[in-house]
Design a protein around this ligand. Structure first.
Ligand code: GAP
Length: 514
């Protein structure tokens, strides 16, 4: 299936099976705002829990907090967001459409990258088993030429953005002859900066109301609480503070479903370290976070690092973990070495000391910070899109199956009486539900022929179907069917709990990180 078709299928499947709905759909929706439906809310919660367990529960030096979305407005002055949290925008005079100038240039580079991939595929076909990818990309003239072009463009873009040289960004767009993707027109305005924060007001009367922002990242809630947590938790450096929660950005290029939203959720962790150790911790967190992703078994080749050329105003090093979404490799998580920028800024703006007294060194210092920041919605999209597959079965029929990692699946098992009208069977199936629901999310399903019920559960991503039939009444056994292989086994009802637990238990999955 072509990538574009696959992505369309992901979006329609998410709606059809109760995962994601357009927000306020009955009023024709709100652009780049989405609601999580009955299964989506469960999947999202399971991803959040999987992250929280790996970060907080498994690290004795990381604690979690839940800071408010509203923060004192000076927070955003101190953090640099009021002055520097901007996107460079450009309008097309003919189509009247607005674009992020840097994204137009990056998309141009992505097209060159697609040419590189085409060359690689061709060579792979030609050389077969003897093909050495690394050698090919480092020696093939055409590939090297394309790569050099990409590097030159991105380097210049990074430099212009860093120097706030927006005229050069426009010049680059013109030199590359980039056209409006919709109209094909090259009639561009100048590039201008646009702040991404949403403003709101706190207070009843117009003259006393305080201007606030909806937080554009959860990180600042951690920085302003650094000392409170350190003191009350008697934390010793190195230590981390984790948090999950909503963030808001007035994104201009808001498309690609839940990839880029205006209201979204982040899972962030700020790790406070001794100045000078940031390189070592940067490498540690790169490695640890990649292991977390890989533990879910979504294909090791679907991840890659992308080191930043252009660093955010607070960072001395940064990398993205990119994932192979249906529309190509894109940022899933950021790992940033934030230096002492945030704590120093908050010290300056609040007039309060935010330092750590190191008993070993007998000295105080402002800690440096290593941040890991992942979008929960983006992780949801990665998991959901990667799991959705269309399979052709032996008899030529097709099935849509959502092969979610079992630990994340919203419902772990569906309990199905073979025949709906047989009261003894339905009672036994309902008793199994009553018993298992203390440990897992399970559903009872009696409607339609059992084959159709299997297909329905495959499409919704339920890892196990448990069928109760006439034999069950005699010997207390049931058929357990595995979603991914469609294998069926006869097992004792008493064994069900342990059998399911072995496959869905967080421990079983997180152990893969070691
Ligand atoms: N505190 C650092 C920070 O916020 P970021 O790279 O701007 O860094 C971190 O965002 C992560 O948040 C991204 O890697 C992405 O997964 C997610 N994210 C950012 N903007 C988003 C948006 N508009 N919609 C969905 N997820 C977003």
């Amino acid at each position: 299936m072509a990538n574009e078709d696959k992505f369309k299928k992901v979006i329609s499947h998410a709606k059809e099976y109760g995962y994601v709905f357009q927000s306020s759909e009955i009023y024709d929706g709100l652009s780049a705002v989405y609601d999580y439906a009955q299964n989506g809310a469960e999947l999202k919660k399971n991803i959040r829990d999987y992250w929280w367990k790996a970060m907080v529960q498994m690290h004795d030096n990381i604690v979690g907090i839940d800071a408010a979305i509203f923060m004192h407005p000076t927070t955003w002055k101190a953090s640099g967001h009021v002055d520097a949290f901007n996107d460079p925008l450009i309008d097309n005079k003919d189509s009247k459409k607005r674009y992020r100038a840097d994204v137009l240039i990056e998309e141009y580079c992505a097209k060159i990258e697609a040419k590189i991939n085409k060359e690689i595929k061709k060579a792979e076909k030609r050389f077969g088993d003897a093909f050495n990818r690394e050698e090919f990309v480092s020696t093939n003239g055409r590939v090297l030429g394309y790569q050099e072009k990409i590097d030159t463009i991105l380097k210049r873009l990074g430099k212009s953005l860093e120097n706030e040289d927006l005229a050069d960004v426009k010049a680059l767009i013109e030199e590359l002859e980039i056209a409006d993707p919709l109209s094909g027109s090259r009639n561009w305005t100048d590039v201008k900066q646009f702040n991404l924060m949403f403003g709101t007001k706190l207070g009843a009367s117009a003259d006393t109301a305080m201007e606030l922002y909806l937080r554009p990242e959860t990180a600042q809630g951690i920085f302003v609480n650094f000392l409170n947590v350190q003191k009350t938790g008697r934390m010793k450096i190195p230590f981390g503070i984790a948090q999950t929660g909503k963030a808001f950005r007035n994104e201009i290029v808001a498309r690609q479903f839940i990839f880029r939203m205006r209201e979204f959720e982040q899972m962030e962790m700020q790790f406070f370290i001794k100045p000078g150790t940031q390189k070592e911790w940067f490498d540690y967190w790169k490695d640890t976070r990649l292991k977390w992703h890989k533990s879910l078994g979504m294909g090791d080749d679907n991840y890659r690092f992308h080191d930043h050329e252009k660093l955010a105003h607070y960072a001395d090093a940064a990398t993205d973990i990119e994932f192979n979404f249906p529309f190509g490799f894109k940022e899933l998580e950021g790992i940033h070495s934030r230096t002492d920028f945030d704590l120093s800024q908050h010290e300056e703006y609040s007039g309060k000391k935010l330092q750590y007294f190191d008993h070993e060194d007998n000295a105080s210092y402002t800690p440096y910070v290593l941040e890991t920041s992942i979008g929960l919605d983006r992780m949801f999209l990665a998991v959901f899109s990667n799991s959705l597959v269309e399979e052709t079965l032996e008899d030529g029929s097709k099935r849509d199956v959502l092969k979610l990692p079992a630990v994340l699946a919203p419902t772990k098992a569906a309990i199905l009486p073979l025949v709906r009208k047989d009261e003894a069977l339905t009672k036994m199936a309902k008793d199994i539900v009553e018993d298992l629901k203390w440990d897992f999310n399970v559903v009872y399903d009696e409607k339609d022929a059992v084959g159709r019920r299997y297909r329905r559960q495959d499409a919704v991503g339920t890892p196990f179907c448990i069928t109760v039939d006439g034999e069950s009444l005699e010997d207390h056994t049931v058929t357990i069917r595995y979603r991914d292989t469609m294998e069926q086994k006869r097992v004792k009802i008493d064994e069900l709990r342990d059998l399911i637990k072995a496959e869905v238990d967080v421990k079983h999955w997180l152990m893969k990180m070691q």
